[in-house]
Ligand binder design. Structure first.
Ligand SMILES: [Zn+2]
Length: 180
């Protein structure tokens, strides 16, 4: 699938999901109807609503030549991936990255830098990827979301998420030595 085809397929699926979940006005409860190709409007109070995205972050944390890969309780395969999580209200993307890493692994990180982003329509997510460096702390999976993980070398990576996820692109960039 080309990036253009992916874009069109995501857009179509997302707009269908949006229309199916916005049949009534969130303000007054009256029925809503399509107002444009990508919005609906309340038939009573006129409130117009557009599709909303839920931003989430993923981060590749490195410590020297090694990177932090983790296994989450909800993974259906014995694979290792990156620390990830949804951005919370009032948070910047960088704050989200630092909080997720602290909550899930008890590690403090520094040098948080943007890597790339990807529409992830399952549903309505926008994945934003970052790199960061280990700062301090001992690895501990305190909050129960992650069950295991550790520092892996490029030469011996564990089973990884399948392409074309942004997580996998970021891990591949690290394995191929393409990160700064
Ligand atoms: Zn209304």
């Amino acid at each position: 699938m080309t990036p253009g085809q992916w874009h069109d397929a995501v857009r179509e699926a997302e707009l269908e999901h949006f229309r199916a979940t916005h049949r009534y006005c969130g303000r007054c409860g009256a029925p809503a109807e399509p107002a444009s190709e990508k919005s609906v409007r309340c038939t009573k109070c006129g409130e117009e609503v557009f599709p909303r995205l839920n931003p989430a972050t993923v981060v590749l944390v490195t410590r020297g030549e090694e990177a932090l890969l983790v296994h989450a309780r909800n993974f259906s395969r014995p694979m290792y991936a990156l620390v990830a999580g949804f951005v919370e209200t009032a948070e910047s993307l960088e704050e989200c990255v630092a909080r997720e890493v602290m909550e899930e692994t008890s590690l403090k990180i520094r040098d948080i830098r943007y890597f790339g982003s990807q529409s992830w329509p399952f549903p309505s997510q926008l994945m934003v990827a970052f790199t960061a460096k280990y700062d301090s702390g001992e690895l501990e999976f305190a909050d129960g979301e992650l069950t295991s993980g550790g520092w892996f070398s490029r030469e011996k990576p564990p089973l990884l998420p399948t392409p074309p996820s942004l997580s996998r692109q970021l891990i591949d960039a690290w394995i191929e030595g393409k990160l700064r």
